[in-house]
Design a protein around this ligand. Structure first.
Ligand code: SIN
Length: 300
């Protein structure tokens, strides 16, 4: 019932807008496809402010059939803000564009390697939550996608907060979670952990469990797989609370599953969504994606 009410309210808020392009919702709670303009037009001074409004309203925007060479991807991503250079330098796809994080299962001979490039991405998370200034947006481009699997799922963290039972809201009021990239990387991709140098660059950081989106003013849950413990709480109790919450906030009704086709560009808001990739046959299929994360601010 509460979910249906939230959906109706959202629908009217969005339809009141007069967009200078076509907007097609992808899910009742989040996501839209933008058509009738090219991505190059979308980032032009004339249109970007409106595109950014759609990004804030829908949390995720999709452009299909886009040619997006790496240099253009970085240039487009810069319209959203400063583009991060990821601490895991082994994923930098291009020497001249260190802002691009490559997710590819191709080996050096161009054959499927049989390995997932980053198993951490298979668990619900939000990009860069392990940094002081967390991810604002992520722009992902699909070069090659598998026939089966390899989708990306997105969960809406506004409704996740709105729908939490009162008792749970009271329990997490004012709480901060400690996000630790070394923890999540070791847990999910332990054969290739952070080096001592990488670890020194990303010390654990505390962020509110409920954050206020700096632009929409709405409250959203801010947790996911990088959250290790709860400040001021016994470690095991904090872990149990994080696991319980991570399950509660990713219920299927609040999740949009994106089935990729090649040449798509998706930009999502890391401040009000969690996402995860789904698996695929890494030994026989190919998945090559390029990601740029745009730096945001310190959550409050
Ligand atoms: C990510 O977790 O940032 C990437 C998701 C994906 O590969 O679908």
């Amino acid at each position: 019932m509460a979910q249906a009410q939230a959906q109706t309210q959202l629908k009217s808020q969005r339809s009141e807008r007069d967009w200078p392009f076509k907007v097609k919702p992808l899910h009742p709670l989040l996501g839209c496809e933008i058509t009738d303009i090219t991505l190059a037009e979308a980032v032009s001074p004339a249109l970007f402010a409106k595109v950014y409004e759609a990004f804030l309203a829908y949390e995720l925007i999709l452009f299909r059939d886009v040619d997006l060479p790496p240099a253009t991807q970085v240039a487009f991503a810069r319209n959203f803000g400063e583009v991060q250079v990821h601490v895991l330098s082994q994923y930098h796809g291009y020497k001249e564009h260190p802002e691009i994080y490559m997710l590819s299962n191709l080996d050096k001979d161009g054959k499927p390697s049989g390995k997932h490039p980053d198993r951490g991405t298979l668990y619900w998370h939000t990009d860069g939550s392990w940094k002081e200034r967390t991810g604002q947006a992520t722009m992902m481009y699909s070069e090659i996608v598998p026939e089966t699997g390899g989708e990306t799922e997105f969960a809406d963290m506004y409704s996740a907060y709105d729908l939490l039972p009162g008792g749970m809201k009271a329990k997490i009021e004012g709480r901060r979670a400690i996000h630790n990239f070394d923890f999540s990387r070791t847990r999910r991709h332990g054969e290739d952990p952070l080096t001592a140098e990488q670890k020194a660059k990303v010390p654990p950081v505390a962020h509110p469990v409920v954050r206020t989106h700096p632009q929409t003013g709405r409250k959203a849950i801010f947790l996911g797989d990088h959250a290790e413990s709860i400040e001021g709480m016994d470690y095991a109790a904090g872990r149990a609370l994080i696991e319980e919450l991570n399950a509660m906030i990713t219920q299927p009704a609040g999740v949009y599953t994106h089935r990729w086709a090649p040449r798509q560009c998706l930009v999502w808001d890391n401040r009000c969504t969690l996402h995860r990739a789904t698996g695929f046959d890494e030994a026989n299929e190919i998945r090559v994606m390029r990601r740029c994360t745009i730096v945001g601010d310190k959550p409050f």
